[in-house]
Structure formats: structure tokens, C-alpha cells
Design a protein around this ligand. Structure first.
Ligand SMILES: Nc1ncnc2c1ncn2[C@@H]1O[C@H](COP(=O)(O)OP(=O)(O)OP(=O)(O)O)[C@@H](O)[C@H]1O
Length: 840
């Protein structure tokens, strides 16, 4: 039985997929051609991967395991606000402990080596100053140690950040991943009100800032502070408390100046950011609309507008530069003045000459002297030019010192030591200023970033999964199942019951539906394979037919009427995009499962808005929108949307290949499925005519495709998706009438057994729908079948007659309608009538 069922499906699918089978030479050649195209497409897939356009993630359409972000701080204005957040971010990284420990060990080793170097150098200088042949070896030893310290200092310094980088990169990826996911999850109103370029700049600056803060705080501020404490201590013990006090004072003054100036620059930075956002969004806007710009010959207009923002940006950036120059100048003056004072104090208040003399007298090895110096076991004084005057000045002072200050100085080595230590501080201090400014800027950047993270979806997700059938149908289904199972035994009997029910004129369409459902339930109980296929289609998970890969309900008449359709109901819905303007003013209707409904009416009457409410892009202001009997606000949006396919009014494509763009309807679809869908959408031949076939890149937003081709890509996506609710918003408006007629045929096939809602201006394209809703100024003014509406002679009939009169191709249809009006016979469902009318 199972086999028979599978065979039936495969047989049913055969006509549909026949063109894919290589059973003729021509077909063989074609299939080879197709294979080439697919290979080319595969190449494009890797291209897409490289470009980050996600085919890999398309294959695995499920969330990656990325830890959620902690709640962003209430305010991101100060380090005190942001640091705990950064800490929480880092703490959830697995390797944090050992990496942080290793990075700190490297950093401390680097600092220790950096501070030891001057001590060895001092020892070498003092040794050499003693004179004589015996000092040569110890002096060389000291110099070698000095060199070794330099090597260790730089090697460990270079190891520090790379050791921590995997953590900061992992955090940055997590932040970027979760923020991107958060932004895509936000409601459509958020995206409507944002400018894309601006948003992407904020996200980019935010993630960059997080990395900057780690680097600055962990590897610049903390080590510099430790170093400062150590150096001040060393200076106090070796020279005098005054020297240490002066170094500390210089540092405090330096930091105070940096903070004050940076604070002043914050406002300017905010301005620069704003102008940067505006400039980028202006550029992105113009580039996205390059064709419109060219056609309207508005290049200069765009460039001028861009320049308007650029000029603002330029002015703000110049102000930032001025502030930066002032900051740097002040920092240099403070350091130079401070360090000169330190040197003078060291020279004047030099101490420890005796100790050094004693050290020399004992003739102890210079290594011992260096070691004692490192331990702070002696003190000395030296003089040098301010470190800001650079090493040359210091060296000159060192040379002059023994003569000029022989009485006050302990040794020339002390002078070298002092200068070495001060230079050791000088470098990080310079960076400290730069990093502080960066931190301030990062905090400004992160404020906007946190604002986005804190933005809540104004349409919070519901918790109820989409039920399989609406409650009313479920009841009828149960009754019908019982009836059918009492009367018959076995799936063929169930199918017979369904067939009888369908053909029975006395049975209402909903009851027919119920009986078919009942029959199918019985069938499923006995055909697990059948059930699996149906589930696959339900959840859009995979291909049902191993032979062809592509599954279509249209290929299997039993499945296509399997009641997969959703029930959509609007109950007294009032809605406006802005509170002061209502677009829908109390609209109520119900679309039954499996029913095809058209929404027609003048432009701006709210047709597309209804579709947006049904797919929960917006929530109704008042009234309820229900799908399968559940308020959409309670439904899990994912379960709703995974059951819906929308062919939108304006198809915007991803800048990727045609293959990938179609595959977007079902990310895990095989190439064969994609191509089968493309055939159903009458796109295949057009694609084959393109030089790169399915691997043709469609350009930004699909600009390289014609309007009709874009629409057919969207239709192919819908075929691939095989949805329970098909929504077509002017789906064929960009197509020529012949293509439109054949696509409508395919769409009708697709719509069988599913619920479908069509919005159309050309009434002839939807006259075959089960029901037509006529909307006018946000109100439902008429509804019924085409025949009923024509017969009632209302708004719809006026629209129909007007359209019939307008187009020569519609004349036949108009005649048909008057004939039908005259004799009361129902019209032949379109597009069959449409196609016939056009032929005639
Ligand atoms: N995102 C939006 N923000 C503000 N107003 C909107 C938005 N989308 C649509 N509108 C307005 O709502 C009204 C109804 O729009 P809707 O798109 O539903 O009309 P429609 O009947 O589908 O029109 P058409 O046939 O021209 O597509 C229009 O006046 C439109 O300007």
C-alpha cells in the first residue's frame, strides 16, 4: 500500500517534471546544458559564500548556537556603565580564564622586562665608569641582559593581545550575530523608519567599539597604571619622594587635561557621528537608486545633497582635529614640563651616592648591583633633559652630569636609569591619551548601539503554535471521520467517500473539505509514507519525490485538496499606520481553508494592508485578525510565516544568483527543486537564455532582471515553498498577457487545496476566485463570487464594465459578463476564460 502511494505520487508528479527527465537526445543535451548551469550556479554559490550572502546558512536554516547577550546597560555614557557589561560578555566565553591569565602574564612579563632594562643599563654604565680591564666582562654581561630584556619585553608584548584576541573576536562575533538577528526580528515599523546606511554604520561602530574597549581597558589602562605605581615606587626608593611625587603629579595633571579636553570633544563627536550616518545613508540611498538617478538626470542633485552632508561632516571633523591638536599640545607641555621638573629634582636632591660608591668599592659584580637596583636596594640621582626633549637631550645631560653635578649625583648610571624609567612611562602615557579619546568615542558610539539593542519589538511574539486546522473544521472533521470510518473500511473507500462528497451537489464546500480531510486522515493512518509527504509539505522541510526532488501539491491531486489551507479571519478590524489616519475602518470577513479569495478595489483602499495584517507585519488597532481560529497576536510568528508564501507587489531580490534567489522560498531545496519551481513559474526558459543561466547575478535589489522576471522569481519562490496560505499582491502585474495567463494557470494549480488571497487591479485575473471582496476607502463594500457581484450590479460590476471597455483584449470578457448576466450562468473560471478570450 505504501509503495502504491509513493508510486501514485511519483506518477502524478511525472507530467509536471517531464521536461527534467533526460529521455530524449534533445532532452539529454538540454540536461547536460542544465548540469553546466547548475555547476556554474554552484560556483556562484561559493562566490556567494565568499561574499557572505549566506548560501551556507541557507543550507542550515536553523539558529546557530550563539549565547544570548546580557541586557544592555541602562546608560552607556560612562565606563562604569559599560565595563560590567563587557565583563559579562567576556565571562561567558569558554576559554576566558586561561586566555586572560596568559595575556596578563605576557603583559606583566613585558612590563617587568621593560623596567629591568634601564636597571641593567645603569649597572653597565656604572661599571664602565669605574674603569679598568676587570669591569669589561660584567659590563658586557649587563649589556647582554639589557638586550635580553628588550627582546623579552617586545616578544611578550606582541604575544599579549593575540592571546586575548580569540576572546574579543568571539565576543565581537556574538555581539554582531545577536544584534543583527535582533534588528531583523524588529517589527517592520522600525525598519520603515530607519535609514539603512545609518543603521549599518551604527552596528559597525558598536561592534568595533567593544573590541576597542577591551584593548584599551585590559591592555592599556590597567598595565599603565600598574607600571606607574611601580615606577613611582622605584623612583621614591632610589631617588627621593619628591621625584616620585613629581612623576605622580605630572601623571595626574596629564590625565586631568586629557579628560577635560576629551569631554569637550564628546559633543563634537556626537555631531560627527550624526553627520557620518547621514552622509552614509545619503550615499547608500543614491547608489541603490542609481538607475532612477540616471534616468532623471539627477546626478548633480544627488552629489550636491551628498556634499551638503559632507560639508557638515568636514566642519565637525575639523573641529575634532582642532580639539585633538589642543589636547596633544597640552599633553606634550605637561609631560615635558613635568619630566623636566622631575629631572631637576633628581639632580638637585640626588641621593644614594654613598650607596653607589659603596657598591663600587665592594667590587661586587655588576649583576649583583643590577639585581640590587631592581629590588630598590639603593638609591641614586641623575639628571637628564626632559624625556620630551628625547633621548638626545637625555644622553647629552648624561654626559654632562658627572662633571656638573658630581657632588649631587650618585652615578652616571642613575641618570641613565631615571631617563630609562621615564621613557618607559612616556610611551604608554601617549597611548593612554589616544586610548582615552578612543574610549570616549567608543562610549558615544555604543550609546546608539545600545539604543538599538534596547529597542523592543512592538509586535511581541505569541506562544501558540499554528494549529493544523481551525476549531470549527476540527469538529466537522471529527464527525466526518467517524462517518466515513463507519461506512467504509480502508483508504480507497475513504477516497471514494471523499470523491462522493466532492461530487455531491448538496454538500457545502466547507463540508466537502471536511470530508476530504476525514478521508485523508484515514488514508494517512494506513499510509505512513503519505503522511510523511504531507508533513514534509506542511513544514516545508524537504523534497517528497526522491526521483524528481521537487514536490508540488499540484502534482498530486489527492494531496492538493488535502485541506492544507489556513483559515484567515478579520473581525471588525480597524487599522491605520498613523493614529490620525485610519486605513481600514471596521473590516470583517473570513477566508475558509482551501478557499481562493480576491481583494479588489481602488488604489489606496487598503488591499495590501489587509495582507500585511494577515501575515502580522502589523497589528490591528482594534478588532481581531485570526488564523486557524487563533488571534495572530498569540501565534508564534515563525509558525505562521513558515506556512505562508507571499508574492509581493514589488519584488526586491538579493544581490545574488537567480538560483539562490529562488531558493530563498525554501532554503534547503535542491537545485532540481529550484529548477522545477522555476519551470512552474515560466521562468526557466528565460533563465536559460541568460549567458550565465541560473548563476546569473541579479544585481542590487534585482535591478538586472526585468520586472516580469523578478515577479516570476517571486512566483517560483512561492511554488518552492508550497505554502498553506498563498498571498499574491498584484503578482502578475508586470507580465505580458500570454505569460500572465499561463502563470495564472500554474498559480491556480498551486492554490488548489490551499488558501489563497489575491490582490489585483485587473479583475479578469481574479474573476475565477471563489469569492471576491470589494474594498473601498477602507471598508468592505461588497463580497461574493464574480457572477454574484455582476448580478448584484454594484461597485464591482461598474469596475468590471469599465475595465472591459478599456482594453480591447477584455472585450470578449465583457461580452461574456453581459451574456452571463442575461442568462444567469456562472462564468467560466479564469484564467481559462482569460486565455480563451485572448485567443479569440
Ligand atoms: N508603511 C506605511 N506607512 C504609512 N502609510 C502607509 C504605509 N503603507 C501604506 N500606507 C498607506 O495606506 C493606504 C493603503 O495602502 P495599501 O497599500 O493597503 O493600498 P492598496 O489598496 O493596496 O493600494 P494599491 O492598489 O495602490 O497597491 C495608502 O494610502 C498608503 O499610502
Amino acid at each position: 500500500m505504501q509503495q502504491r502511494c509513493a508510486h501514485r505520487t511519483s506518477q502524478a508528479a511525472r507530467p509536471l517534471l517531464l521536461p527534467l527527465l533526460p529521455h530524449k537526445p534533445a532532452a539529454l543535451a538540454r540536461s547536460r546544458h542544465l548540469t553546466c548551469r547548475i555547476q556554474a550556479a554552484a560556483a556562484a554559490v561559493s562566490y556567494s559564500d565568499m561574499n557572505g550572502s549566506s548560501s551556507a546558512s541557507w543550507q542550515a536554516n536553523k539558529a546557530h548556537e550563539v549565547a544570548p547577550l546580557p541586557a544592555p546597560p541602562k546608560s552607556g555614557q560612562s565606563l562604569a556603565d559599560v565595563l560590567p557589561y563587557l565583563l559579562k560578555l567576556a565571562l561567558s566565553e569558554k576559554q576566558l580564564k586561561w586566555r586572560l591569565g596568559a595575556a596578563f602574564a605576557c603583559m606583566l612579563a613585558s612590563k617587568a622586562a621593560g623596567l629591568s632594562g634601564p636597571l641593567f643599563l645603569k649597572a653597565a654604565v656604572d661599571t664602565l665608569s669605574a674603569g679598568g680591564a676587570a669591569v669589561l666582562l660584567p659590563a658586557v654581561q649587563c649589556v647582554l641582559c639589557f638586550g635580553l630584556c628588550g627582546v623579552v619585553q617586545h616578544l611578550t608584548k606582541e604575544l599579549t593581545y593575540p592571546t586575548f584576541t580569540p576572546i574579543s573576536q568571539a565576543v565581537a562575533r556574538r555581539v554582531a550575530y545577536q544584534t543583527f538577528s535582533h534588528v531583523l526580528e524588529l517589527d517592520i515599523t522600525f525598519h520603515m523608519n530607519r535609514r539603512t546606511g545609518r543603521l549599518s554604520r551604527i552596528l559597525e561602530r558598536g561592534t568595533r567599539s567593544i573590541q576597542m574597549l577591551y584593548r584599551a581597558v585590559l591592555f592599556t589602562f590597567a598595565p599603565t597604571f600598574i607600571e606607574l605605581v611601580f615606577v613611582v615606587g622605584l623612583l621614591a626608593s632610589r631617588f627621593s619622594p619628591m621625584v616620585a611625587l613629581l612623576v605622580g603629579g605630572t601623571f595626574v595633571l596629564y590625565v586631568a587635561w586629557t579628560i577635560a579636553m576629551t569631554q569637550a570633544a564628546v559633543e563634537v563627536r556626537k555631531q560627527v557621528n550624526q553627520l557620518d550616518n547621514l552622509t552614509t545613508s545619503k550615499a547608500v540611498d543614491a547608489l541603490l537608486n542609481a538607475e532612477t538617478v540616471a534616468l532623471f538626470n539627477n546626478r548633480q542633485l544627488e552629489v550636491n545633497q551628498y556634499d551638503h552632508y559632507l560639508r557638515g561632516y568636514q566642519a565637525a571633523a575639523i573641529q575634532t582635529e582642532r580639539l585633538s591638536a589642543l589636547l596633544n599640545a597640552g599633553q606634550s607641555v605637561i609631560l615635558s614640563a613635568g619630566l623636566t621638573c622631575v629631572m631637576v629634582a633628581a639632580v638637585i636632591g640626588g641621593q644614594g651616592a654613598e650607596a653607589m660608591a659603596a657598591a663600587k668599592a665592594t667590587g661586587s659584580s655588576m649583576m649583583a648591583s643590577a639585581a640590587s637596583a631592581m629590588m630598590g636596594g639603593g638609591s641614586g640621582a641623575a639628571a637628564a633633559g626632559a624625556a620630551g626633549a628625547a633621548a638626545a637631550g637625555a644622553a647629552g645631560a648624561a654626559a654632562a652630569a658627572p662633571a656638573s653635578f658630581a657632588g649631587a649625583l650618585a652615578s652616571p648610571g642613575d641618570l641613565v636609569l631615571l631617563q630609562g624609567l621615564l621613557l618607559q612611562l612616556w610611551g604608554p602615557l601617549q597611548f593612554l591619551g589616544w586610548f582615552y579619546r578612543e574610549i570616549r568615542q567608543s562610549l558615544v558610539d555604543m550609546e546608539e548601539f545600545f539604543d538599538i539593542l534596547k529597542t523592543k519589538n512592538s509586535l511581541p511574539d505569541g506562544t501558540t503554535p499554528l494549529p493544523d486546522v481551525p476549531p470549527s473544521l476540527a469538529d466537522k472533521l471529527a464527525a466526518a471521520t467517524a462517518a466515513v470510518s463507519n461506512g467504509h473500511n480502508g483508504s480507497s473507500a475513504a477516497a471514494a467517500a471523499a470523491a462522493a462528497a466532492i461530487s455531491g451537489s448538496a454538500v457545502s464546500s466547507t463540508d466537502k473539505q471536511s470530508l476530504v480531510e476525514a478521508a485523508l486522515l484515514l488514508d494517512q493512518q494506513q499510509h505512513p509514507q503519505h503522511q510523511r509527504l504531507q508533513q514534509q509539505q506542511h513544514h516545508n522541510l524537504g523534497s517528497a519525490d526522491p526521483e524528481y526532488g521537487f514536490y508540488s501539491a499540484a502534482a498530486d491531486p489527492t494531496l492538493s485538496i488535502s485541506g492544507l489551507g489556513l483559515e484567515v479571519e478579520l473581525d471588525d478590524v480597524v487599522f491605520g499606520y498613523h493614529p490620525e489616519r485610519q486605513v481600514l475602518k471596521g473590516v470583517s470577513f473570513k477566508v475558509k481553508p482551501g478557499e481562493s479569495v480576491a481583494v479588489v478595489g481602488p488604489s489606496g483602499s487598503g488591499k495590501s494592508t489587509i495582507l500585511k495584517l494577515a501575515t502580522r507585519l502589523y497589528d490591528a488597532g482594534s478588532g481581531i485578525v485570526k488564523v486557524n481560529g487563533v488571534d495572530v497576536r498569540d501565534l508564534q510568528t515563525a509558525s505562521l510565516r513558515s506556512s505562508v508564501a507571499v508574492v509581493p507587489q514589488d519584488t526586491v531580490l538579493f544581490n545574488d544568483t537567480i538560483l539562490q534567489n529562488i531558493r530563498y522560498g525554501k532554503p534547503n531545496a535542491s537545485d532540481e527543486e529550484v529548477i522545477a519551481a522555476s519551470r512552474m513559474a515560466h521562468l526557466h526558459e528565460a533563465v536559460l537564455r541568460m549567458p550565465d543561466g541560473y548563476s546569473t547575478m541579479v544585481g542590487e535589489r534585482g535591478l538586472k532582471l526585468s520586472g516580469g522576471e523578478k515577479q516570476r522569481v517571486a512566483i517560483a519562490r512561492a511554488f518552492l515553498r508550497a505554502p498553506r496560505l498563498l498571498i499574491c499582491d498584484e503578482a502578475t502585474s508586470a507580465l505580458d498577457t500570454a505569460t500572465e495567463a499561463s502563470i495564472l494557470g500554474s498559480l491556480n494549480e498551486l492554490a488548489r487545496g490551499r488558501t489563497s488571497i489575491f490582490v489585483a487591479h485587473r479583475l479578469s485575473t481574479v474573476a475565477g476566485c471563489d469569492r471576491i471582496l470589494v474594498l473601498s476607502e477602507g471598508r468592505l463594500v461588497e463580497q461574493g463570487s464574480h457572477a454574484q457581484l455582476i448580478a448584484s450590479g454594484g461597485v464591482y460590476k461598474d469596475m468590471w464594465m469599465r475595465q472591459a471597455a478599456e482594453g480591447s483584449s477584455s472585450n470578449n470578457v465583457a461580452e461574456a459578463s453581459s451574456d452571463e448576466e442575461a442568462d444567469g450562468e456562472p462564468l467560466e473560471p479564469l484564467p481559462a476564460a482569460l486565455a480563451r478570450g485572448r485567443k479569440e
